[in-house]
Design a protein around this ligand. Structure first.
Ligand SMILES: Nc1ncnc2c1ncn2[C@@H]1O[C@H](COP(=O)(O)OP(=O)(O)OP(=O)(O)O)[C@@H](O)[C@H]1O
Ligand SMILES: [Mg+2]
Length: 590
């Protein structure tokens, strides 16, 4: 399917209505001949011929036909406008669904601003085309042809003279269409960049302020703004060259009419009424010529936007459902990583990962930053696909599972907490919107969030700002934890979820967690030993490899990496204490 075929597929539903509207356009254009014809008759028959009794009827016809055309115009404008809104609604919805189906990789590679402009500026260009340009082109061509035919009927010699300029106009329109195409591509590109700059600056405004980089950001924005303006100006430079050609051609027509027509009337080859009649048709020839450049512009803008949107939705997600997915509604939560490796763009991120978790067990994952802990969990959720080995849940390869049911069985509290601008209750109940308020409270209590939520001005109905503005880091983490727990999944992944809460709160959360459903398999990624030391299985990751695995005691006995980290976090405390006391003494002595 080409981009245009894709676009027309959205118009199918409106085909009947649009054809009817086109019929109305045709009628309006045909009725445009009434006025010139009548004025010709008025000159020849009434003014020169003296048939005064014809005057009232002619005046009546003029009024009725003008009114009629106005009504028809209103009618077809309404149909085009309504169809364009309806079509755009469906298209926007379709593109949005496509965007939601895309995987992590797509969002890693595409800028938010670009994707936003597909849904805004590009959509608007398409709507404008459906609402105004389609009928605009048709009406102008029709008016032009009708006027030419009518002039032929009135006097073919005059018509032939007028037609002589046609090839130049057609040539100019074709050249303009070709010339502006790259310019419009550039405009769309610049518009996307501008959008991205605005979006990043608004989302990252706090960082900008913290680093006092306002001037730098304004400078960066101005560059984007300049780029967009220059692209628009470049396009206008191109069509600016063509507008005078069309304007000139329109005027040439007038000159031909009055010069050649005038001579013909003087010489008696044509009546004055006929000349007036032809001059009545002149606007029908002039208007299309004047509009040609604008319509060519709008058409090209539309084509560029359709191509841009189509190119975006053409990107197929790499992570897809298998052909015959295994749709198990409730997983038990037995997990096996068999020789799992993951490579991204030639960079090896995980190597030969092997471990086995029984349903209901808790797994602690610890390791240096960047060692691959989050990636391990991303593979389990199939946000990315393993490049080596396989991951089995309940003995089934995750690649053979239905994506929806796989993820529905996992409650994930991501490292990078994202909250929606919604109430706290809405955020916690995101995974199960129909659950009861009591269930929300229960999840919030386990996550140790209940007390602070009650202290907020409107409790659970407090609206948190975009991304959770208004909450502290630890508060956001606890809401995200409650959100993962409320889903009541068979597998829970807590990626660094308690990193921003104090040790005491963490201990409370842990004791609450240990009391909940023992059938759930829980993964806890943490930097603090205290978060994971009670886990049934602890994985120590370094440079994408599991370097140690076992429970707390066995790892301590190994006296390896885990033992060292434990020592750093607990063991050295006694050695540090005298320094603290020394400091106190030192300060006290001052
Ligand atoms: N989208 C990505 N594209 C390219 N490389 C990535 C991507 N995501 C992660 N990586 C790389 O993979 C490696 C492991 O990242 P990962 O996020 O799994 O680390 P982590 O152990 O969770 O670290 P942290 O403790 O800081 O959260 C890092 O070297 C990182 O640079
Ligand atoms: Mg991580």
């Amino acid at each position: 399917m080409t981009a245009m075929q894709w676009f027309f597929s959205f118009l199918k539903k409106y085909r009947g209505r649009l054809i009817f509207a086109m019929f109305l356009v045709t009628l309006t254009s045909i009725f445009a001949i009434v006025n010139p014809q009548i004025t010709g008759i008025v000159v020849d028959d009434i003014i020169y011929g003296g048939n005064r009794e014809l005057l009232p009827i002619m005046a009546l016809i003029l009024i009725v036909s003008t009114l009629f055309r106005a009504v028809l115009r209103y009618w077809f404008l309404y149909i085009f406008e309504k169809s364009s809104q309806g079509m755009l609604y469906t298209m926007r919805d379709y593109v949005y669904r496509k965007l939601l189906q895309q995987d992590f990789d797509f969002y890693n590679k595409n800028r938010t601003g670009d994707l936003m402009s597909r849904q805004t500026g590009d959509m608007e260009a398409i709507r404008h085309f459906v609402a105004y340009v389609i009928y605009g082109i048709y009406e102008n061509v029709l008016l032009f042809v009708i006027a030419l035919v009518m002039i032929f009927v009135v006097d073919y010699r005059l018509a032939l003279c007028m037609i002589a300029i046609m090839p130049i106009t057609i040539l100019a329109a074709a050249k303009q269409l070709k010339a502006v195409k790259p310019a419009f591509h550039e405009i769309r590109q610049r518009f996307s960049s501008l959008n991205t700059a605005v979006q990043e600056n608004i989302s990252g405004n706090r960082v900008v302020k913290a680093f006092a980089k306002e001037d730098f950001e304004i400078y960066k924005f101005e560059k984007e703004n300049d780029g967009y303006r220059d692209a628009e100006l470049k396009a206008s430079e191109i069509w600016k060259k063509y507008v005078p050609i069309f304007e000139f051609m329109a005027n040439v027509l007038t000159v031909i009419l009055y010069m050649i027509g005038g001579i013909m009337v003087i010489k008696g080859y044509m009546s004055l009424g006929k000349m007036v009649m032809v001059s009545g048709y002149l606007w029908m020839l002039n208007m299309p010529l004047r509009m040609a450049g604008w319509l060519a512009n709008d058409y090209q803008r539309f084509v560029t936007s359709v191509e841009k949107i189509y190119a975006t939705i053409q990107i197929e997600p790499k992570i897809t459902d298998p052909e015959n997915p295994n749709e198990k509604t409730r997983l038990k939560g037995e997990i096996q990583f068999c020789h799992v490796g993951y490579q991204m763009d030639d960079e090896v991120i995980l190597k030969d990962i092997n471990f086995h978790v029984k349903p209901g067990q808790t797994v602690g994952i610890i390791g240096a930053t960047g060692s691959g802990k989050s990636t391990l969990m991303n593979l389990l959720c199939r946000f990315y696909d393993v490049t080596e080995g396989e991951i089995l849940i309940d003995g089934i390869n995750v690649k053979e599972m239905d994506l929806y049911s796989l993820r529905d069985n996992i409650g994930l509290a991501m490292q990078d907490v994202f909250l929606f601008s919604d109430t706290i209750e809405g955020n916690i109940a995101y995974g199960r919107p129909n659950c009861s308020f009591e269930e929300v409270v229960k999840a919030a209590k386990i996550a140790n969030a209940h007390d602070f939520i009650l202290q907020l001005p409107e409790g659970y109905d407090t609206i948190v700002g975009e991304r959770g503005v208004g909450l502290s880091g630890g508060q956001k983490q606890r809401i995200s934890l409650a959100r993962a727990l409320l889903k009541d999944p068979s597998i829970i992944i807590l990626d660094d979820t308690t990193s921003a809460v104090d040790m005491e709160t963490e201990a409370i959360i842990q004791s609450e967690l240990s009391r909940i459903d023992s059938n759930q398999t829980v993964f806890i990624i943490a930097h603090r030993i205290s978060s994971i030391k009670d886990a049934d299985l602890i994985l120590v990751i370094e440079d994408g490899k599991i370097i140690e695995q076992g429970n707390h005691d066995s790892l301590m006995n190994k006296k390896g990496y885990y033992h060292t980290v434990f020592h750093h976090q607990y063991g050295d405390f006694d050695k540090i204490k005298p320094h603290l006391e020394y400091d106190k003494v030192g300060n006290g002595g001052k």
